[in-house]
Design a protein around this ligand. Structure first.
Ligand SMILES: *Cc1c(COP(=O)(O)O)cnc(C)c1O
Length: 452
């Protein structure tokens, strides 16, 4: 049926379920497992798992029969099991732990719309998922049907988007947008498409992984009405790549949706160069491009999944150059407190002089790249792209320094601190002397090219 060598699995307890039911996403959702009794039919629970499943105020557990079937019932360290079945470790607090570690709610002008970057937003459309990841970064809201977004909030989100023309990219997440009722999903996409400045729509979904039968031809027909539409799925381990996932991805890509993968670096699941290499190879075989590998967030419940950041650097060291560039994700740390994603990778730039740079490759081969001695710099005055560039108010960042918008970025309170309590005196009177010539908004004329 599929051109891929990936297999299908069904736990023995589901052997007699007729195919029409097994392959029906509604059947899968209504037969999700969430209690000690449910799991006891499929796997041998450990004491720690039993304890967690009976704890009060546990982050929601719900696993589709399809996904639970991928677990090796005899292996307490199974990488699929660890992602979805809670253990007592989940209840352990740790230094740095937060409820909303990325400060998403602080960056939300209206409920569920996280506007952190200049040109794109994260739009949370539901708190429901097909199954629940134990390390969920949004466990503060996800899983709780009473915390989901109301019609009124949805209208507020759309209203904000309509009035914010710098947003050209809307990333739907949640929760999982593909768990929305089909009609609602269609309406959501249609209403977004009515906003002319929204160029692309992205969906972040683990439905193809937890519930591949939801990716029906009808769903693909709905999605492809709203191109350009991109999708990121979330696979962490090669055991999640099955014939069913391959088929779901095949349908989505045939509907013209480019697929990426975002995985999370998880201790005991995929903190291994060789597991990651197999994962990215299997992903590109099903035409899914590894996009991000995330460092695990400082979120309550995820302490036991965290690895040192060095593990991520080691994984990238083991992929870049060793395998297809298409198969190498960008490893990122999502900044605690809300700074957004920060890429981290090995150093390939070893040294430099005024017109040479020394670089090393993945093998440790060290080379000198001879740079031009004469370079005619890009002429922004005569570049139509530079001239029509949209401002990113207050967010031009380090690029703004390079482009002469300002000469420094100062930590909060910097000027007050360095005033050292002194008042105005004769050497502080002429503030002009601190204005760099040709840089920043306060200056009159640009300096010419500096004399050699
Ligand atoms: C991850 C994220 C995005 C998208 O980031 P990309 O690097 O463009 O994929 C946008 N907004 C928020 C708040 C995010 O966390």
């Amino acid at each position: 049926m599929t051109p891929y060598p990936f297999s299908s699995k069904r736990a023995p307890v589901y052997r007699d379920v007729p195919d029409e039911q097994w392959n029906n996403w509604r059947w899968q959702l209504t037969h999700r497992l969430n209690s000690v009794d449910d799991f006891a039919q499929v796997i041998q629970l450990t004491e720690s798992e039993r304890q967690a499943l009976q704890a009060s105020d546990l982050f929601r557990v719900d696993i589709t029969p399809y996904f639970v079937s991928l677990i090796d019932p005899d292996d307490p360290d199974d990488p699929v099991r660890k992602q979805v079945i809670p253990t007592a470790d989940e209840i352990q607090p740790f230094t740095g732990m937060m409820e909303d570690s990325l400060a998403e709610d602080r960056h939300s002008p209206v409920p569920g719309l996280v506007h952190r970057y200049p040109d794109r937003v994260l739009m949370l459309v539901t708190t429901q998922c097909a199954s629940y990841c134990r390390y969920c970064t949004r466990s503060r809201i996800v899983g709780d049907p009473t915390a989901t977004f109301s019609r009124a909030e949805f209208e507020m989100q759309l209203d904000y988007l309509r009035h914010t023309p710098q947003v050209r990219d809307v990333l739907l997440s949640g929760g999982d947008p593909l768990t929305l009722a089909p009609k609602l999903l269609d309406e959501l996409l249609r209403r977004l498409r009515e906003i002319p400045h929204i160029e692309i729509i992205r969906i972040g979904s683990r439905v193809p992984v937890f519930l591949p039968m939801r990716v029906t031809d009808e769903l693909c027909d709905t999605l492809q009405k709203y191109h350009p539409l991109w999708m990121n799925i979330h696979v962490n381990h090669p055991n999640e790549i099955t014939a069913e996932l391959a088929q779901a991805c095949d349908r989505l890509t045939r509907a013209g949706i480019p697929l990426g993968n975002q995985s999370v670096l998880l201790a005991g699941v995929n903190d291994c160069v060789n597991v990651q290499r197999q994962l990215v190879h299997d992903l590109v075989r099903i035409r899914v491009r590894p996009y991000y590998l995330y460092q695990c967030d400082l979120v309550a419940g995820a302490g036991h999944f965290r690895t040192p950041v060095a593990k991520g650097v080691e994984i990238i060291e083991g992929l870049r150059g060793h395998t297809s560039g298409y198969a190498v994700p960008t490893y990122v740390v999502d900044a605690p407190g809300g700074g957004g994603k920060i890429p981290v990778m090995p150093n390939y730039l070893i040294s430099m002089s005024d017109h040479k740079i020394a670089l090393r490759n993945y093998e440790g081969y060290v080379t000198a790249y001879e740079e031009p001695v004469v370079y005619q710099p890009h002429d922004a005055q005569h570049c139509k792209y530079c001239q029509s560039k949209q401002a990113e108010p207050g967010q031009s960042g380090v690029l703004g320094l390079l482009e002469g918008e300002q000469m420094f970025i100062k930590p909060e309170g910097f000027d007050e601190l360095h005033n050292r309590g002194g008042g105005m005196h004769r050497l502080r009177e002429n503030a002009e002397k601190w204005n760099p010539l040709g840089i920043g908004p306060g200056t009159k004329k640009k300096a010419g090219p500096s004399p050699e």
